[in-house]
Design a protein around this ligand. Structure first.
Ligand code: HEM
Length: 135
């Protein structure tokens, strides 16, 4: 269980770096800063996000939220993955793919909204049971 707490701490710290890094790069993109071209700025987020993902997978494997042990306590995690996908795609558009400034800003707002939902899901872990959509 000590290991679980350690992995959870790594997960939380890398989540903070991921969000902070995204905010910083968004700021640079909006201000046309050349810092976005630095090798470290391109490489470090990938290393951090890989650690975040590995820690997340280990938490699922060792923790009480496994789909096998207790399928219902897994639902918040599935919702979190869906918003994680939205965050990744919107993040790519915000930092790279979108051609116009307005497009980049829209993608940033979508990415930040997804991150907020991810954090709410991660912290409160709603089971989604009783939500209108599930009756
Ligand atoms: C942008 C991506 C992610 C962010 C920002 C994020 C953030 C967080 C945060 C802040 C917590 C701690 C909540 C608390 O204080 O109780 C947490 C918990 C957790 N996360 Fe993530 N996470 C992300 C991706 C993932 C992924 C990809 C997985 C699984 C593959 C995952 C699995 C978990 C699990 C199982 C917990 C529960 C730990 C526990 O409370 O015992 N997360 N996440």
């Amino acid at each position: 269980m000590e290991y679980y707490q350690l992995i959870k701490s790594i997960h939380i710290v890398t989540a903070i770096f991921s969000i902070g890094g995204f905010l910083l790069r968004s700021w640079w993109v909006v201000n046309h800063s050349l810092k976005t071209n630095l090798v470290a700025v391109k490489v470090l987020p990938h290393i951090n996000d890989t650690l975040l993902l590995i820690a997340g997978i280990l938490l699922v494997y060792w923790g009480p939220y496994s789909p096998i042990a207790e399928p219902l306590s897994f639902l918040w995690l599935i919702a979190k993955w869906i918003f994680l996908l939205v965050y990744i795609v919107a993040g790519r558009f915000a930092l790279k793919q979108a051609k116009t400034k307005q497009g980049k800003l829209n993608a940033m707002i979508l990415a930040l909204t997804s991150i907020l939902i991810i954090l709410i899901l991660a912290i409160y872990k709603p089971l989604l049971i009783g939500w209108p959509i599930l009756g």
